[in-house]
Design a protein around this ligand. Sequence first.
Ligand SMILES: Cc1ncc(COP(=O)(O)O)c(C=O)c1O
Length: 368
Amino acid sequence: MAAQRGPVPRPGVLDIAPYVPGRSALQGDAPVIKLSSNETPFGPSPRAVEAYLAAAGSLPRYPDGASTPLRAAIANLYGLDPSHIVCGAGSDELLNLLATAYLGPGDEAIYTEHGFLVYRIAIMARGATAVVAPERNLTANVDEIVARVTPKTRMVFIANPNNPTGTYLPFDEVKRLHAALPPHVLLVLDAAYAEYVRKNDYEAGIELVATTPNTVMTRTFSKIYGLASLRLGWAYCPTAVADALNRIRGPFNVSGPAIAAGVAALEDQAHVHHAANHNNEWLPPVTDALRRIGLDVTPSAANFVLIHFPEGDGRSAAAADTFLHERRIILRRVGEYGFPNALRMSIGTKDENEAVLDALRAFMKAAA
Ligand SMILES: Cc1ncc(COP(=O)(O)O)c(C=O)c1O
């Protein structure tokens, strides 16, 4: 009798290393300082929470399948045509939908050495080949990406700024990359942290999407809008790309409460500005203080910093992680991103930032 065999996933699926989210809890009931997932310390706008709760009355009904009010609110804020906007359950869903629409076995897609790992998963899940372009100074490099384009290349994924490095590509470089790509290659600009960036030479992607047929920008409500648990994101796309995404997405892929909360969150730009200003106030001093403690920090344009620990003298990232856990502080291990000896710290409240700095100062002294 033939051996019983169960269903087998398509080639590539079992080669995927599952995504490991930032740790969110420690043993025991005492409160923790959680700076492991780049969430805002301010949470969502109270208006978004109110709208979310008010939407409870409509739970038995299917939501607006086209997220119409949300697309209108996004379009209004940024001056865009709503027909070019597609909403999704987090930008993760949109990144995966883009991969589903444009990738299959035999295709290649490029992402960068320390790029956000969802790209790799999205590429491999479609049976396509993930091609890794080396970075320079922990930053995506246009020449390295362009050098890896072949006739099989279908997509390039860039997080700008990137997670977990926090580094960014100036708009001139993004344009240079786009100009060097063949027209059939889709450039995906993942601007999850765009609202935080205070750089004159940065542009999240709107201009390139508006003027080229092969650029998409993805955005999220998970970071500065404080709605990570709701799962809400959007993509700004050329007509043909929006059409492709609308054909393959679930007919009700964004929930009614998410649509309602998203609209209300967009209306409260004062809340967003407050969070961005706070980040701008704390990112430089946190970076400087960590350096004074003796740690190497990658310059960041986002709401987190990548902290590199000394090699080989007992002051490793793993030892620091344990030390911080004992003080009820959770940062993000980033070994799977190619940084076995670094931790990523999200910018928190004043008290949270100071607690981490105090703890790391003590760690470096204790270990010295
Ligand atoms: C660069 C980048 N893109 C996308 C996401 C996913 O965001 P969402 O919660 O919208 O799926 C994250 C979240 O960590 C991210 O860092």
